[in-house]
Design a protein around this ligand. Sequence first.
Ligand SMILES: [Zn+2]
Length: 220
Amino acid sequence: MTGALLALLLSSAVPCAPIAGGIDARLPLTLLYSEALGPAVLRDEVDAAVSWWAQAGLRLEAGEAVAIPATAALARGSTLAETLAPARQLLSEPDRDARGVLVVLLPRMGPPDAAPELRGLSLAPGGEDGAELAEALGRASWTPVVFLSQHALRRTARGVLPTTLSHELGHVLGLGHVDDEANLMAAGTHRCTPGLTAEQRDRVATEARRRGSAPPPPRH
Ligand SMILES: [Zn+2]
C-alpha cells in the first residue's frame, strides 16, 4: 500500500475528533518552492490543507506554485534576510497579490545537524519574530509566511497524515498549541484526521475574514 493511499484511507475513514465547521471565509495562498526541488511535495501538502480546511468552512485559494531561486536552509537569527530575499522580491512585483499567506517550500529548515528537525514553521506579524522579519522584508507590514521543509516532510513516518501545512495555517490564523493529540493544533503528528473546537473555529473565522478581505499591505 502506498503512503498516499494509506493517508487517503486514514483521512476518509478515521476521524479522531469532530472538525467544527461553518467558518465561511476565504484565504488566498501564494505558493513558492525552491527551484531545485520541484512542486510535488508542496502540492501534496497544499491539497491536504485545502481539503482539511474545507471541512471547517475555510476556502484556501491556492495559485500556481512558482519556482524561486534556490534558497539556503532557514537558519534563524543569522540568514533570515538572505532566506527571505526571494519572498521580498516577489512581494515587490507590481501586480503581485500579497494578501493571504506565503507558503514557501525549502530544502530543509535548518542546518543538517539541527535538532529538532522542523517540518513547518510559521511567522506572522505580532509574533516573536515580527520585528526581525519586518526588517528583513524591508517593510513594516508584511504577509505571513509558512516555511515547509521538504527533507523533514519526506522523513515523516508511514501512516502519518499530511497535516503540517494545515497546522501551520492554524498558527497564522491565531491558534496556539493545545494539549490534545486529536486536535489539529497538537504539537506532534497525526495518524487520524484531527479536529478543531468551536472556540478555535470562531477565532479562525475572525482572523481569516480580516486577512482575506484586507487590502495588500502598503509598499515601501
Ligand atoms: Zn505548531
